[in-house]
Design a protein around this ligand. Sequence first.
Ligand code: C2E
Ligand code: CA
Ligand code: CA
Ligand code: CA
Length: 279
Amino acid sequence: AKLAERGSVARYNRGVSEEIRGRVNMLHNLRRAFSANELFLVFQPQISLVSGRCVGAEALLRWRTADGTMIPPDRFIPLAERSGLIVAMGEWVMRRACEEAARMAQRGHGTVRMAINVSVIQFRDPHFLGRLRAAIEDSGVSPQQIELEITESVAMGEGSRMIELFGRIKAMGLDIAIDDFGTGFSSLSHLQRMNVDRLKIDRAFINDIGGLGKGGEIAGLVCGLGGRLGIELIAEGIEQIEQADRLQLMGCQLGQGYHFARPMPADDWRVWLDAHAQG
Ligand code: C2E
Ligand code: CA
Ligand code: CA
Ligand code: CA
């Protein structure tokens, strides 16, 4: 019995060290990929549920390895966060997204917003605001065109420091959206003091909206909350027209999802935008 036990401990240890080795290896590859420009942004349109026009886009990070394999962000962003690499990577995302937004403005789409995901690790970095300001200035984009997406757990979890940081970001002229809304535990007074522009209802609650008026209770509650507080609402992960219709009836103004368009590389996005821009 003792021997068998020892054997399983050894197996366990081997399993753990293999996992660690795998992670270290992937981090090494990720660093290399980042400096070799294997990372790029795709853009997913954000649509007015009322007019059907495109009012913005969300920038989403992609990693295509040299052999053409696509690694989804859910697999490498946590690693980038644990290692701190997300600070440099997130700065690159901000710069690249601001450049694309500046280009949109040059092509006559200056009112179409660009939404950028920001990690909690970036927020905790003391140089975050400086990096953000530099990205905006160097690209020449108007700050009014830029929106930062911050997940609900981050926005609510970091206390008064977050409220102060949000105030500074707002003072620079940017918009703030609370991402994955409904999955955390927002305190209502907190939410009001944060002066956010948009609540982005998490995809899980959009999924719940079925065909014959079924489900969607949480989406409905969030829409009611947004309406009361005067905060605009955007639904993510809209895949069916029925969901878009129900959300509009609930008072949700904006939507994003495969029903409208998938995330696109920059070239496709530029063509798509010319065809779907706000009139
Ligand atoms: P998220 O911010 O909640 O982004 C929405 C995700 O839903 C994206 O996945 C998008 O491609 C996907 N999506 C959009 N419409 C639909 C739909 O109709 N149906 C379904 N099933 N999915 C839809 P993606 O691009 O794989 O990104 C996953 C997550 O990775 C993001 O979730 C975000 O948390 C993170 N992420 C992506 N890019 C960045 C980035 O530049 N910086 C940071 N910090 N995080 C990022
Ligand atoms: Ca997001
Ligand atoms: Ca989201
Ligand atoms: Ca989500």
